[in-house]
Design a protein around this ligand. Structure first.
Ligand code: NAD
Ligand code: ZN
Ligand code: ZN
Length: 361
């Protein structure tokens, strides 16, 4: 029987989000109905609301979530009712050219539910990142549910569903940072802060946090930054070089994604070093670099989608490290809010007041 539950809808480009009744169908074959317990507010939800990702309004926002499986459709064997899961937007297909080559974290054909959630009048909703989790219950592909230890609080576990995983993975998977590396992270919101945490976990010898906002530099210190650079002073490249013996960092992670920060990352890295772009650039952003420098400085220029994570491999492992006290995810939950607080949470994010506001039920 379809259920009617409140969810957060982005009705049109630039319009404020609002809570509306959503009709949630039964899970179809290969699908699961999940009772959402927590869902973080990510910058990408705001990108959706502003029409920066697609024009398929209305959206059902929210995609950084954890909850309990309530019901599964035909043929589902990997998860069962009662399982505590983190929702992921990388349910790998196992059949595309990336999967077949043993690199499923690049899967080019990830799975989403075919069953459609609608408004009361039947209008189909587009779930953000194929999830849609600012809602009491959501239907996803079963592969989008990754079982983890239920000892972790939902508000913390859900963080791994998007931004925090993206930052951790940019350091741990994409770069990857290895023991002894020097690392700089430009932009230390939820994503960049998690990149700092990932660099610490990997054993970086020096971690330089760069941000315009002093509060973000303070929170980056709490999760492992050894040095901070106030980007508002200019001189970002020079400051990173000074802190690394004049040569630049082995790995520079750009968690802003503007042409300016990318260029800083490019020149703040040592010869043969690595740049990781994890911030999402604006659609019209362009890059202009001397090709001779791209060649001459060597190394690697990489992009990181979702931290190159493989949910089945990374989520349970990271939750275990968290529960052992070896991965401090707690500082990323700045506040917990109710479902009707998402619009206000966007404003707080915009002002830089929070790392993550998390809706809890
Ligand atoms: N690659 C992925 O898979 C993935 C996943 C989730 C989010 N993201 C993207 O990552 C980016 C960061 O997300 P977030 O949630 O951390 O956002 P956020 O707004 O919390 O953090 C951005 C931070 O960058 C700082 N900043 C802005 N301009 C700067 C500059 N010129 N120099 C230094 N610092 C600057 C801000 O002060 C802020 O602290 C966004 O573009 C988001 O869409 C990417
Ligand atoms: Zn695949
Ligand atoms: Zn996100």
């Amino acid at each position: 029987m379809p259920q009617r539950v409140p969810g957060v809808i982005a009705p049109g480009k630039g319009e404020a989000v609002r809570v509306e009744t959503v009709v949630v169908p039964d899970p179809g074959p290969g699908e699961a109905l999940v009772r959402v317990q927590a869902c973080g507010v990510c910058h990408t939800d705001l990108h959706y609301r502003e029409g920066g990702i697609s024009r398929d309004f209305p959206f059902l926002l929210g995609h950084e979530a954890a909850g309990v499986v309530e019901e599964v459709g035909a043929g589902v064997t990997d998860v069962a009712p009662g399982d505590f899961v983190i929702l992921n937007w990388r349910a790998v297909c196992g059949r595309c050219r990336a999967c077949l080559r043993g690199r499923p974290w690049y899967c080019f054909d990830t799975r989403n539910a075919a069953a459609k959630m609608t408004l009361a009048d039947g209008t189909e909703l587009s779930p953000a990142l194929g999830i849609g989790a600012f809602i009491e219950k959501t239907v996803v592909a079963a592969g989008q549910c990754t079982k983890v230890d239920p000892a972790a609080a939902p508000a913390v576990a859900g963080l791994l569903g998007c931004g925090v995983m993206a930052g951790l993975g940019a350091a741990l998977n994409t770069a990857p940072v290895v023991r002894g590396d020097t690392v700089a992270v430009i932009g230390c919101g939820g994503v960049g802060g998690a990149a700092v945490l990932g660099a610490r976990l990997a054993g970086a010898s020096k971690i330089i946090a760069v941000d315009l906002d002093q509060r973000k530099l303070d929170s980056a210190r709490k999760v492992g930054a050894t040095h901070t650079v106030d980007a508002g002073q200019g001189r970002v490249v020079a400051a990173i070089r000074e802190l690394t013996g004049g040569v630049g960092a082995d790995v520079v992670i750009d968690a802003v994604g503007s042409p300016q920060t990318y260029e800083q990352a490019f020149y703040a890295r040592d010869l043969a070093g690595t740049v990781v772009l994890v911030g999402v650039p604006a659609p019209k952003a362009r890059l202009d670099l001397p090709l001779l420098d791209v060649f001459g400085r060597g190394g690697a220029l990489k992009s990181s989608w979702y931290g190159d994570c493989l949910p089945s491999r990374d989520f349970p492992m990271l939750i275990d490290l968290y529960l052992q006290g070896r991965l401090d995810l707690d500082p990323f939950v700045s506040e917990t809010i109710a479902l009707d607080g998402v619009e206000e949470a966007f404003a707080k994010m915009h002002r830089g007041d929070v790392l993550r506001s998390v809706v809890v039920w």
